[in-house]
Design a protein around this ligand. Structure first.
Ligand code: WT7
Length: 657
């Protein structure tokens, strides 16, 4: 169970943290007037940020919102994302600048190869070569390319190469299962896939190519697989289909002119979980997206020339897209990219990395911070963390205790903490402190960024000035999702219908306090947030019921001290199946195979029947209350009250053990 809320109050939710004066003085944004200026003319505000990019053709209109919810940003403008992220820095004489300090998980054993200084020049070379490889395979503008890759520099080059020729990448997190990958390739009609033989995980190669091989045959549109050899595992290569990345790039033409793209051309698809079992293919476009990720990366992280920035997310999530690849590279930043696990070989690996590269900005998720808390601050003591000057958090609500620990033990009490709220759909940070301006309150993402407008609707659908309700965004923003791939109606229905076509329904509950600060509570739909990763209850349920011995399953998210939320599954086995230990292990493995390890239920409870209304609807409220150990309330509508007792007893056992 999560910590008691009273403790948080005692710990100082009352405490506030104004920006340190020296930080405020030198900040990228230090004048609170920016909020009023941007509110008075949001289009001018975003246009000024867009102006900092390199456009091949200027835009005609900043924003076309004549047909909500279909926005056009910087319409008429042409640009190329890879040229903005690479060529212009190289042309400005910064080719030798480090884009990524790449650190292998086994850096010490690998010698020179274990720590690479990936320069802008090198990335540009790899990007152009791979762009030509793709072209040679017949991949062109508008074609979809799957990317299933570890945290290695080639992943960034593969993404940038797509943008260079106008291909649309569809990155799938490397921890997803082969069947999740297959589904995402199938529905997006991907023509090619970039992957690696393996990646290192806690000292051992974790195969990737071999894992996906069995599903590739079932993908007729996917004609080419390009494989980066990371671990020398000697994976099988199918002649005519599979290509070795290094060989192909060595043979490729090193020059590939960037394709001029329309501002509204699609840049990428990224699948994320929704309320149904079918993942949603969020589509982001070019000009507005790049504008907002670059702008927010600069203003929220207060980016300066000499910063060493580390976003410790995986490139397979939107955080990696926006704040490892596109934002930082558009800004010509120097980042750290780390391949492996935070606790390998020791639990101080991260602090060793911060010390080694003199990291000044660290961006991570509350779940990781809570792990470090659990492991103890002694692990930090042996390392010089004095280079840090700013800390960021993303992915789930950060509880005040974790916020304060992060601030004190990682930041030495001197670094502002920016709790950044956003989503795959928003593309970029939306609600967050500006570290040189905003007084922070631990646990609150504070206020919408300049140019962004958010609000809270109460139960009656009224916009409220103070109190709790449903979070909405009330003004279009440049990086907003434009549609769901292949499902334009679902896009409108899911996000833009409840409160009208110009109001975006976020799917989070939130509270706004007397100072106008936003406190994000969590999802209001059937989405569970495990360690900052989004999963739908339906997705996990359908994975469970696909097991031949499962008759019925219901899944809920419950508060969990380590992972924010954890998955509890309630399962009715088929007759004659022995529930319990071994079967539970089998079910968890089955879910890992169907979706990925991240979706495995923490606890599985069994019952001959699930609590249902007389009309057969599973009563999730009851399941939630059982899991929380709460009073069950009105059970008069229940078909068979005895199932509740059976489940309650099991949950009590599970939580004691
Ligand atoms: C959901 C979006 C944004 C990139 C990573 C997750 C939750 C995200 C915060 C935060 C409270 C947060 C919300 C949101 N969330 N950041 N700072 N405070 N909650 O992207 O997988 O699209 O998930 O994550 O519930 O809706 P995502």
């Amino acid at each position: 169970m999560a910590e008691k809320p009273e403790l948080d109050v005692l710990l100082g939710t009352e405490r506030t943290f104004p920006p340190p004066s020296a930080f405020a003085r030198d900040a990228v944004l230090g004048d609170p007037a920016v909020y009023e200026q941007a509110a008075a003319d949001p289009e001018a505000w975003w246009a000024a940020w867009a102006d900092r990019l390199e456009w091949i053709e200027p835009w005609e209109t900043v924003l076309d919102w004549s047909d909500p919810p279909h926005a056009k940003w910087f319409d008429g403008g042409k640009l190329n994302v890879s040229a903005n992220c690479l060529d212009r820095h190289v042309a400005a004489g910064k080719g030798g600048r480090v884009a990524f300090y790449w650190e292998a998980e086994d850096a010490d054993e690998q010698g020179e190869d274990g720590r690479k200084e990936v320069t802008y020049e090198w990335l540009l070379d790899q990007t152009q070569r791979f762009a030509n490889v793709l072209k040679g395979l017949g991949v062109g503008k508008g074609d979809v390319v799957g990317i299933f890759m570890p945290m290695i520099p080639e992943t960034a080059a593969a993404m940038l190469a797509c943008t260079r020729i106008g291909a649309v990448h569809n990155v799938v997190f490397g921890g997803f299962s082969a069947s999740s990958l297959k589904e995402r390739m199938e529905v997006s009609e991907a023509k090619a896939l970039v992957t690696a033989d393996a990646t290192l995980r806690r000292g051992a190669p974790m195969p990737m190519k071999e894992k996906v091989d069995p599903v590739l045959a079932g993908l007729p549109d996917l004609k080419h697989v390009i494989v980066v050899n990371r671990c020398d595992t000697g994976c099988e290569m199918k002649p005519g289909r599979d290509l070795d990345w290094h060989e192909a790039l060595a043979a490729a033409n090193p020059v590939c002119e960037p394709e001029p793209m329309d501002s509204e051309d699609p840049l990428y698809i990224l699948y994320t979980s929704g309320s149904t079992a079918k993942p949603k293919g969020i589509v982001h476009t070019t000009g507005g997206y790049l504008t907002q990720v670059a702008a927010t990366h600069r203003m929220v992280f207060d980016l300066k020339d000499d910063d060493v920035y580390w976003c410790a997310a995986d490139v397979g999530w939107v955080t990696g897209h926006s704040y490892i690849v596109y934002g930082p590279l558009a800004n010509g930043a120097t980042s750290v990219m780390y391949e492996g696990a935070p606790d390998y070989p020791g639990r101080d690996r991260w602090w060793e990395i911060v010390e080694r590269y003199r990291v000044s900005i660290l961006y991570t998720a509350p779940t990781v911070i809570r792990s470090f808390m659990k492991w103890g601050e002694e692990l930090l003591a042996g390392h010089d963390l004095s280079s840090l000057r700013l800390l960021g958090s993303v992915g789930e609500p950060i509880n005040p205790r974790a916020w304060l620990w992060y601030h004190e033990h990682v930041g030495g009490g001197r670094c502002p903490v920016v709790d950044t709220w956003w989503q795959t759909e928003t593309g970029a940070i939306m609600i967050s402190p500006l570290p040189g301006i905003t007084t922070t309150k631990p646990g609150s993402a504070t206020v919408p960024l300049p140019g962004i407008e958010a609000g809270i609707f109460d139960r009656k659908g009224k916009l409220i000035a103070e109190g709790g309700g449903t979070l909405v965004l009330t003004r279009p923003w440049p990086a907003m999702a434009r549609t769901l791939y292949g499902e334009p109606e679902r896009f409108v229905e899911t996000y833009w219908q409840r409160y009208g076509a110009d109001t975006y329904l976020v799917g989070d509950a939130a509270r706004i306090d007397e100072d106008g600060y936003f406190w994000i509570v969590g999802r209001i739909d059937d989405v569970i947030n495990v360690s900052g990763h989004r999963l739908s209850t339906m997705e996990v349920e359908s994975a469970l019921v696909s097991h031949p011995s499962v008759a019925e399953a219901a899944v809920i998210g419950v508060p969990d001290e380590a992972t924010g939320q954890a998955i509890i599954a309630f399962v009715t086995p088929q007759d004659g199946v022995e529930a319990g230990g071994e079967f539970t292990a089998e079910l968890r493995e089955h879910v890992a195979e169907k979706i990925g390890k991240l979706a495995r239920p923490k606890t599985v409870c069994y019952a001959d029947d699930l609590p249902k209304t007389r009309s057969g609807k599973i009563m999730r409220r009851l399941l939630r209350n059982i899991a929380d150990g709460k009073e069950l309330g009105d059970v008069s509508t229940l078909r068979d009250p005895s199932v509740v007792e059976a489940l309650t007893a099991q949950v009590e056992n599970a939580t004691e053990g």
